[in-house]
Unconditional design. Structure first.
Length: 238
């Protein structure tokens, strides 16, 4: 989902603070609800879980993933890393599920497991399926040292440009420490970037003030507006 690749410059300066995987509430379900409740349709969403692991733990994990008959497996290798890719293959599913295991050739560096769930619609059934699956994934492959990021996008001119929409969003997510940034770069598709902090989610990015929510308003086709909302690291990386 390269449409999520919007802002890159601030990521290097950020560090993530997290206490546990099981947050007060789930970021994706909160985002899906606040968008749907305001009459918008989700056209893309993505959740990423990451965790650094020691080599012995990774070897056991790889074997566990290989033993799953429902996963399509591939690999890639260069002078720096060995990468394994696992894609869950199911005929009837409301979203895709994939894993990548990145193992550095340098033994001084830990390996990393990355799980990605993504889809192009969000409704009550998708939300229920997601909650069931995300719990199984964490129990099977991750620990409380993992970090989780969520992001979605929607397109609609009238609602997105309505100040009342952002007031409702701010109220629902209990946003504070809100600040705005206007993109003045020539020919940029980004109109505005909004940062904020919600106490509903435990993971934060340490800047001058903690933030854990980013909203990007972007020009889209046919004079419409695309709203991308989520945790800042996921918006930046994807």
């Amino acid at each position: 989902m390269r449409s999520f690749a919007l802002i890159m410059s601030i990521v290097i300066l950020m560090t993530v603070s997290t206490t546990a995987f099981a947050n007060k509430s789930d970021e994706m379900t909160e985002l899906g609800s606040v968008v749907s409740d305001n009459g918008l349709s989700v056209d893309n969403w993505q959740v990423t879980i990451k965790e650094k692991m020691a080599k012995d733990d990774v070897d056991r994990l790889l074997q566990k993933l290989r033993d799953k008959n429902s996963y399509k497996v591939s690999s890639d290798e260069d002078e720096n890393t060995v990468k394994y890719f696992f894609e869950r293959v199911q005929k009837q599913t409301s979203f895709s599920e994939s894993y990548s295991v990145v193992i550095p050739e340098n033994p001084l560096y830990d390996a990393e497991l990355i799980a990605v769930l993504q889809g192009d619609k969000w409704n009550d059934k998708v939300a229920a399926d997601y909650i069931d699956r995300i719990g199984d994934i964490h129990t099977s492959y991750f620990t409380n040292k993992s970090t989780k990021f969520a992001c979605l996008s929607t397109i609609n001119n009238d609602i997105i440009e309505d100040d009342n929409f952002f007031a409702r969003l701010k109220n629902t997510l209990q946003l504070s420490k809100v600040r705005e940034q206007t993109d003045n770069v020539e020919q940029s598709t980004v109109n505005k970037i909004i940062y904020g902090y919600t106490p509903l989610w435990e993971q934060t990015i340490k800047m001058k003030q903690p933030i854990n929510l980013q909203i990007v308003i972007q020009n889209a086709a046919q004079n419409s507006k695309r709203l991308t909302i989520g945790t800042p690291i996921l918006i930046n990386e994807y």
